[in-house]
Design a protein around this ligand. Sequence first.
Ligand SMILES: Cc1ncc(C[n+]2csc(CCOP(=O)(O)OP(=O)(O)O)c2C)c(N)n1
Ligand SMILES: [Mg+2]
Length: 372
Amino acid sequence: MSLTMPAPDPQLALGLDHPLRVLDLDGSRLPSDVLDPHLTDVDETALTNLYVDMVRVRRLDTEAFALTRQGHLVLWPPLLGQEAAQVGPARALRQSDWVFGSYREHGFALLKGVDLAEFARVWKAYAHGGWDPHEITMAPAQIIIGAQSLHATGFAMASKMDESDDVALACFGDGATSEGDVNEALVWASAFQAPVVFLCQNNQYAISEPVRVQSGTPLALRPTGFGIPSMRVDGNDVLAMHAAARIAFERARSGGGPTFIEAVTYRRGPHTTTDDPKRYRDEAEVEAWTAKDPIERVERALAAMGANMDAVREEARIRADELAKELRHAAEHAEPPTVDSIFDHVYAQPTKRLERQRAEHRAFTASIEGNR
Ligand SMILES: Cc1ncc(C[n+]2csc(CCOP(=O)(O)OP(=O)(O)O)c2C)c(N)n1
Ligand SMILES: [Mg+2]
């Protein structure tokens, strides 16, 4: 593979003044020279499908949150408010494209087709990885902030070497852009023109640290220093996110190299179920972002298109209820792993030493049981 650096482009970052948007807060359609050419096939049916997806993702989130409070799951990082930032790009992916996400990528997991029983085991701390990454072409949730951007870039480099047109999507947060891993991934992606898309969901906080104290520039400006084109997009506008992702995936697939998308959005819930955001942010700020709700915006857009909103809402409600029921059943009935199973996933083939350790451990456990 040869090292070919792209020529510097003064137009590398789009949307710095105003994030790219095609659906206004009242649901009306705004023209966009950049995004409109990538939305010509998105009609009322396609927008309805995106709406139903977002309602399902939100329901997955609220149900899992409740399950955690009720003791059926042990931890949950909510995505309330970030549904459009995930559904838009998720629906622009091909199934053979890979997603490398953080711990908040529940929308991607759902739309990639994760088995809810395996998903529930992750958040019940019954499994380290949970789902089989190869089955749904999505890597396990990454807790090490930013590490998945390197995995995605490595995958993309391999995809290019294999002359495949599968692309990798790296999803991370605003805080992750300060990590070495993300910056190193940007260097490699740019140097090798790897088919990777960096999706930064700028939800305004890295736990309690607001983005305004994390960066002196818009995050979308950072990748331009690496020679990577970027778009700053309204992350609460599912159509804008869908179009931006289509642009980025198409560029990657056709040999145009990496793209960075900053989705400007907001985490309306706590960082995780163990966090109390009232200690570091004002309720007024949350209310201001609630007014920019991504789902209500699409409801207004569909109503303006003349959709039968009662029928659309009913369909979404039924699909969301089914999902919630399935998740609840999975969380309540998940089988805990045996302690013995810790030895199963160390190596593909067990070594003699590992087998000896397993035998010692079994004997130890049996001795404790015997003394009870
Ligand atoms: C390398 C590393 N450093 C610190 C942490 C602790 N930590 C967990 S979440 C988090 C904030 C991440 O913020 P951001 O990247 O904006 O993602 P968000 O949680 O907002 O989706 C931190 C610092 C970690 N998991 N990994
Ligand atoms: Mg964040």
